[in-house]
Unconditional design. Structure first.
Length: 125
């Protein structure tokens, strides 16, 4: 049984998914949910309407890599890790997969967890 404060005082950063954020202009509702957890919400430099895609948008996660220097999910994972958060929250299963891969690429899976907002709420009950 949980005491209801599983995330109290923990640093959480929120990754804005392209579909919820830029496509539907929903930015504050997920943050209000995270604030209810009594956690410290820390923002990435690129957030809300200026957020960086996780790399899954446009079915990117299902196709071969394109030419480039850095994978998008590695870049976004790095930005999230740089906030010092122990939890990266999102509200999209594709984002969760890509962010998890980004954390693994940075070899930070022991100190940073990627969780869906629904998981955070369930664990706080």
């Amino acid at each position: 049984m949980n005491d209801g404060n599983a995330f109290k005082g923990k640093r959480i950063t929120y990754h804005d998914s392209c579909y919820l954020g830029r496509a539907n202009n929903i930015y504050e509702a997920p943050r209000k949910v995270l604030e209810a957890l009594d956690a410290e919400l820390v923002e990435m430099k690129r957030c809300r309407s200026k957020g960086l895609c996780c790399g899954a948008g446009g079915a990117q996660m299902f196709k071969e890599e394109e030419k480039g220097v850095t994978r998008v999910n590695a870049e976004r994972g790095r930005e999230a890790i740089e906030t010092g958060a122990s939890v990266i929250a999102s509200a999209c299963p594709f984002c969760n997969t890509m962010m998890t891969d980004g954390v693994k690429l940075a070899e930070k899976e022991d100190s940073v967890r990627v969780m869906d907002i629904a998981e955070l709420i369930a664990q706080s009950l």
